[in-house]
Design a protein around this ligand. Structure first.
Ligand code: SF4
Length: 489
């Protein structure tokens, strides 16, 4: 079955993460993140190897301080020695310049969060803006925050419980701030959230960045970011500009609100800096814990990039999705929706579970969309009053016998009335017939009639052997994965 053209892909510039290439028509890459503390090197090594064996193609490791970044050297060496090469990403957040420079020596990709990379405590400008107001009155403001906020449905007036659930940096805990050494002598923060309507507009106008202050902050970002760009260039690393809805900078919040536009502009600033300094081995993420915001941010990111001639690959994910069935559905709603629009080059399903559980979900999303094929595709009717056998049991029997034949599509249908027409172009069909018998199909053609139900699976295997598509199941080994090259638009 030809899966190549199911979903035309957005044409993106390839981004090389060690031996893996994302974008540019390559298969959608599956990635995850370990949960062990980075200083616990042996535990990290075991978890990285476990994830890679499960099919995770890029493994992310957190590096909150320089100490963790320095641990990456030993982690890289031990993983390679015990298992082989695994592409690694270092996750960098607060005040990340020196951390990212160190990480770039050891891993294939560095992820920076623009909202935290040059971290200023939210609201610390509140008592300083009086001196800014004269300047603001004399100079034009940055892009029209007010209209953007209304258009984007800002969450600045969201209820406080919601905001806590988003994990916003606005109420970052004081220990965290002390650890970062920022804002310790700052006046009490003015938190825009919790306010509404005209009060937001008033605070927004009061806190608006003047051109000088904006330029100063951009210069500070560039000063911190250029060493990271140069380190990535020097070591041949990739860089992910990873924006999170819950951790936008104060400047973005004040200017664009807590909106998809703010997320997009936050990413674009860093992308422009990379291009200014001659570095383009990039990918981007715009994640949110709410699916509609994640969708809006990624669609807007693509639109804005198209407008300015950028085509960097996108990393898709729904943050803080939780656990269990709903987390999987929520992640799928966000990731699959964008993939079905041709958007997305690498994915991570974030579960509040062992990260190894994330990998099958990623592969199932990709298989269901026809973007990668990692297992047999089974098509089975839901059964009804016409069903000629116990369909769930027979489906399990067929699956047990054939699940190692990656690449095949096999249908199990309850009746010969509707089954053959609804087998969705399966390669083979196992269909209930009158009198407790089974009919086997090769494509749309019935090739074996009147098979007693108890012999159905055996006869199916015989047919597969006769067609030379059968192989004996490997002892205890995971099914072979096949990659499907993707067509782009
Ligand atoms: S294929 Fe036949 S048995 Fe299965 S749901 Fe449709 S009508 Fe019912």
């Amino acid at each position: 079955m030809n899966l190549d053209v199911t979903y035309p892909r957005r044409n993106t510039t390839p981004c090389k993460v060690g031996p893996i290439t994302m974008g540019g028509g390559h298969p959608v890459v599956v990635q995850s993140m370990i949960t062990e503390e980075t200083r616990n090197i042996d535990a990290c090594v075991e978890q990285i190897i476990g994830l890679h064996e499960a099919g995770c193609e890029i493994v992310r490791v957190t590096t909150p301080t320089l100490g963790e970044a320095e641990c990456l050297e030993a982690i890289r060496a031990k993983v390679t020695e015990k298992h082989g090469y695994v592409p690694l990403t270092a996750d960098v957040h607060h005040q990340g310049s020196a951390i990212a420079v160190e990480a770039a020596k050891h891993v294939d990709e560095v992820r920076v969060n623009p909202g935290l990379f040059v971290f200023k405590r939210h609201g610390t400008r509140a008592n300083d803006v009086g001196s800014q107001n004269a300047e603001n009155a004399a100079t034009p403001q940055r892009p029209n925050a007010d209209s953007g906020l209304k258009a984007q449905g800002s969450r600045l007036n969201a209820d406080s419980d919601d905001l806590k659930a988003q994990g916003s940096g606005l109420n970052a805990d004081s220990d965290d701030l002390k650890a970062q050494g920022s804002g310790l002598n700052a006046p009490p923060p003015t938190d825009l959230r919790g306010e509404s309507g005209e009060e937001i507009d008033r605070l927004r106008a009061e806190l608006a960045y003047g051109q000088t202050e904006w330029a100063e902050e951009m210069a500070a970002i560039e000063d911190s970011f250029v060493p990271v760009i140069e380190a990535c260039k020097k070591h041949g690393r990739a860089l992910r500009v990873g924006v999170n809805h819950g951790s936008l900078s104060e400047r973005m919040l004040v200017t664009y609100g807590d909106t998809p536009e703010g997320m997009v502009q936050s990413a674009l600033e860093y992308l422009r800096l990379c291009e200014k300094h001659g570095y383009t081995n990039l990918n981007i993420s715009a994640k949110a814990s709410r699916v509609p915001i994640m969708l809006a941010a990624n669609r807007l990111l693509v639109k804005r990039m198209d407008e300015i001639g950028m085509a960097y690959p996108l990393h898709l994910g729904v943050t803080e999705a939780g656990d269990g069935e709903y987390a999987r559905i929520k992640s799928t709603a966000g990731i699959a929706t964008l993939l079905s629009e041709g958007i997305g080059d690498t994915i991570r399903v974030s579960l509040a579970e062992d990260p190894i559980n994330e990998i099958p979900v990623c592969y199932d999303i990709l298989q269901a969309l026809g973007l990668r094929k990692t297992k047999v595709e089974y098509i089975a009717c839901p059964s009804c009053g016409r069903t000629k056998f116990h369909l769930p049991r027979v489906l399990n029997e067929v699956r047990d016998a054939t699940k190692h034949l990656v690449g095949l599509d096999i249908a199990v249908m309850g009746c010969i009335v509707n089954g053959p027409g609804e087998m969705a172009d399966a390669d083979y069909g196992y269909v209930g017939a009158a009198g407790g018998k089974i009919t086997l199909y090769r494509g749309k053609e019935p090739v074996k009639h009147g098979i007693p139900q108890e012999n159905g699976v055996t006869e199916l295997i015989s047919l597969l052997k006769a067609d030379k598509v059968w192989t004996d199941p490997p002892e205890g080994a995971a099914p072979r994965r096949e990659l499907t090259a993707l067509k782009t638009v």
